[in-house]
Design a protein around this ligand. Structure first.
Ligand code: GLA
Length: 392
């Protein structure tokens, strides 16, 4: 082959590499490096690095991690007086080695908390003082152990009900409304430098959000410094909930309180909603189960595109709010990891994330990389009212 043809071939090959391979290799965290941190909830096979390729994906694309389950009360404090830090220590070490922003999730929640926490020796709800003592011991021990290493804590998770009232959890019943103030005070005392967050789902719904806004104001009035509110971001493709407008309004309302906003558990559910599967007719039930699990083998190309468009419209809102948003965390790495394979129906095949079951980037990933490389639109500051409609 002469020199000229060789050169042309080389040029063509590098162009092909550029258009096909390189875009997929752009790291998500780099695409948004001037906007916000990009996080992922990790499980043990990733941070113990038993799954080498998934661990590598986490390191390549993310600069923040959240523990999917390993810092929840049931894991870390399974029995009275017994703490188990075996998973959490490895999680924190993985984050430090890879220079990531390490999140603690979560200290006070009504779920994934062992029943002994909410029972006295007679099986009844403990008295206020006893519950406060349990709360203080847990928070002081866990936050204290990772002082200066875990940089931000979801101190209280999901304390607000759908109607905006405080959720009637055992914490509220045993201690009273000030259980929230106490939790934040204990966390602050255990690590005065750590950022403290309030985390919840469905805050795009105005009624629930109004309750969360009241809560944040009360905490602020009690002298608590809430660094940020976490919108969990368990979003849906079906029914377009929440709309970009609703996401925008939620971010604006919290930003106006002087707190940052984080998207802490992002995923987009592509599956149909649960309907009556308890039909007595077996064949009708089987048909209904098929309807509820429509993609047992793969997500069709058309659906991949819809998912990509949904992620892009949500991220467009995040980008406009990049002054108010500090972090966007995905709730899981690959579709195989997602809790949505088993919720609200067990055993379905779900596709809510950016990487497929083999760890390959999906069209939604590519769309976000493109968006990340595109010029930024005007920012929305906390004081400015939102004008999202201009953008769509
Ligand atoms: C909530 C919790 C998370 C996780 C998800 C779904 O949003 O905050 O820790 O359990 O539910 O699994």
């Amino acid at each position: 082959m002469n020199h000229f043809i060789f050169k042309i071939k080389l040029l063509a090959a590098s162009w092909l590499l550029w258009v096909t391979v390189l875009p997929a290799q752009t790291a998500l965290k780099d695409a948004f490096q001037n906007d916000f941190l990009i996080g992922v909830a990790v499980n043990q096979s990733q941070f113990f690095e038993t799954d080498k390729s998934e661990a590598a994906l986490v390191k390549t694309h993310f600069n923040s991690i959240s523990p999917e389950n390993d810092l929840k009360w049931e894991r870390i404090h399974p029995e009275p007086g017994r703490f188990d830090f075996s998973g959490a220590d490895r999680y924190v070490a993985f984050g430090e080695t890879n220079k990531m922003f390490i999140i603690g999730h979560t200290l006070i929640w009504h779920s994934q908390t062992p029943s002994w926490v909410f029972q006295d020796t007679n099986g009844r709800l403990p008295k206020r003082d006893e519950m406060l003592a349990r709360m203080r011991e847990h928070i002081t021990t866990v936050v204290g152990r990772y002082r200066g290493r875990i940089m931000g804590w979801d101190v209280v998770n999901e304390a607000v009900d759908e109607d905006g009232s405080l959720r009637a959890t055992p914490w509220l019943k045993a201690i009273g409304e000030d259980y929230l103030v106490k939790a934040y005070q204990f966390a602050h005392a255990a690590d005065p430098e750590a950022e403290l967050y309030y985390n919840d789902y469905g805050l795009e719904n105005p009624e629930k959000r109004a309750g969360a806004v009241r809560l944040i104001k009360k905490l602020q009035a009690a002298g608590i410094k809430i660094s940020a509110v976490g919108l969990q971001g368990h979003y849906k493709l079906r029914s377009n909930f929440p709309s970009p407008q609703e996401v925008d309004e939620a971010i604006s309302d919290f930003a106006r309180l002087g707190v940052k906003v984080m998207i802490t558990e992002l995923d987009v559910d592509v599956l149909p909603s649960e309907r009556d599967t308890l039909n007595a007719d077996v064949s009708a039930r089987a048909r209904s189960e098929d309807r509820l699990n429509p993609f047992p083998k793969r997500l069709p190309a058309g659906m991949q595109q819809k998912l990509a468009a949904r992620y892009a419209e949500i991220f467009a809102v995040f980008l406009r709010h990049r002054d108010n948003i500090t972090r966007v965390t995905f709730w899981g790495l690959t579709d195989a990891d997602s809790w949505l394979n088993d919720w609200p129906i067990v055993g379905r095949t779900s596709y809510p994330l950016l990487f497929d079951r083999a760890g390959r980037p999906k069209p939604a990933f590519e769309r976000l990389i493109e968006l990340g490389k595109s010029p930024r639109m005007a920012k929305v500051s906390a004081a400015q009212p939102s004008e999202i409609s201009e953008k769509f």
